[in-house]
Design a protein around this ligand. Structure first.
Ligand code: ADP
Ligand code: GN1
Ligand code: MG
Length: 399
């Protein structure tokens, strides 16, 4: 048997692959995968789930799969997460096939069912596992390197939202209730400050002060949604750049992944998270804050790419909040990293002491960079929106 394993959490003892003392081979054998398991290793750089990639010999052909243990600390109802993902991926696949799109199985995630026909498998400790086809010939980015990359990232999310606009009833489950509700997140933040469970507030004085000062504007998007000023739509809710797979050959965005949080929200949550991650050339946890700066050229290409698809459904009320969405989601992330730091790093995977505080500082620096360029950002946004006015507005005589 030629099984190779890498990664600290995996041990190989005799015939059994052990992942934190759970037999991995046994878990994988319960998915409808055929052939001989050759290799399994930790994979990817997500903050939430535990991701692995396996390799199989299927009658002489190599096939690879992605396996994930769903983080139950984050998702209280993994069955509902999987029900959403099942519906969303099926809908996208059916639409792509109907529209005659080639290579469609690299343009959407494909859930591999268990041998008893479910979308998940539960291990002996009650953990929830799922399997997807591994999308070959792609990579994900941690920073955008050119306007061309930024454009294709924006376009892929616009297209993703457009595809999901056609998903019918019932409403998707809210897999994390109040996920982008800044008002509720502030309540939890103040509780964390008051409790100071780990004695860390003393190291985060400036960051706590920043959050206090900017509380009001932090709620702009969620208020607009709650007040009905912008429509509810199905959105991804986690469109950071490394959740979009890029084709190794042509550099185009192939597939939007990490679908755990696809649920009702506003399209602007996704636009904002794109702006947060694509318009700075520093990584999210970069400690050298002089490298964290908003880049107008990347912003222009990103939003232009997004609107080239989204203009079909985007409303003027949404357009007017595009620039604000970037600042808003960046502020939300600063607040979430800071809260997790104060609470003791329970939510995000961290790999060094103070990692969440570093991330928070980085995000604050990005908000400040946007603030410093705000006038230019607004002018740029107006020009991009003018170029991407919906076809109906361009055609109508009064427009
Ligand atoms: P998390 O929720 O922890 O962020 P993701 O679903 O984003 O987990 O997966 C982590 C990483 O694994 C991704 O950034 C991507 O690089 C890789 N990945 C996940 N699913 C696939 C897939 N089906 N094909 C190829 N790569 C994948
Ligand atoms: C998490 O799962 P991942 O790593 O793609 C988080 C996002 C944050 C992001 C910050 C379910 O995303 O909300 O924006 O980290 N996902 C969840 O990097 O909380
Ligand atoms: Mg991810």
């Amino acid at each position: 048997m030629s099984v190779m394993l890498t990664g600290a959490s995996i041990r190989y003892t005799g015939e059994i692959l052990l992942l934190m003392d759970i037999p991995m081979r046994e878990i994988l054998s319960r998915f409808a995968i055929y052939g001989e398991l050759e290799l399994v290793q930790p994979f990817g750089a997500g903050h939430i789930n535990h991701t692995y990639r396996s390799q199989w010999n299927q009658a002489g052909v190599r096939a690879r799969y992605t396996h994930q243990r769903i983080n139950e600390n984050v998702f209280a109802h993994p069955d509902e997460v999987m029900e959403n993902i099942e519906r969303v991926t099926r809908h996208i696949a059916e639409t792509l096939v109907r529209d005659g799109e080639g290579d469609w199985s690299r343009r959407t995630l494909t859930v591999v069912p268990s041998r008893d026909g479910k979308t998940w498998v539960r291990d002996e400790r009650g953990g929830w596992w799922r399997t997807y086809l591994f999308i070959e010939g792609t990579h994900s980015l941690e920073t955008a390197r050119s306007p061309a990359e930024a454009r294709c990232l924006g376009k892929s999310v616009g297209r993703f939202q457009k595809l999901l606009a056609g998903l019918g009833e019932p409403r998707l489950h809210e897999t994390i209730p109040d996920f982008h509700d800044m008002e509720k997140r502030y309540i939890r933040f103040y509780e964390a400050v008051a409790k100071d469970a780990c004695g860390r507030t003393k190291d985060a004085g400036a960051e706590i002060a920043f959050m206090r000062k900017n509380e009001k504007r932090g709620a702009i998007l969620i208020r607009a949604l709650k007040d009905g000023a912008i429509p509810e739509r199905i959105c991804h809710n986690d469109t950071k750049m490394n959740n979009i797979l890029i084709d190794d050959q042509d550099g185009e965005a192939r597939c939007v992944i990490d679908l755990d949080t696809v649920m009702p929200g506003t399209s602007l949550f996704d636009v904002g998270d794109l702006i947060r991650t694509v318009t700075t050339t520093a990584k999210e946890d970069e400690r050298d804050l002089s490298m964290v700066a908003f880049d107008g050229g990347l912003f222009e290409a990103l939003v232009d790419g997004y609107l080239s698809e989204a203009r079909e459904f985007f409303l003027p009320e949404e357009t007017s909040l595009i620039a604000e969405s970037g600042r808003n989601i960046t502020q939300i992330m600063a607040l979430r990293f800071l809260t997790d730091y104060l609470e003791g790093d329970h939510y995000y995977q961290t790999s060094r002491p103070g990692h969440n505080l570093d991330r928070c500082r980085n995000q604050i620096a990005l908000v400040e960079s946007m603030d410093a360029q705000w006038r230019a950002i607004m002018e740029l946004t107006a020009a991009i929106c003018e170029r991407n006015r919906p076809a109906s507005a361009v055609d109508s005589p009064e427009a």
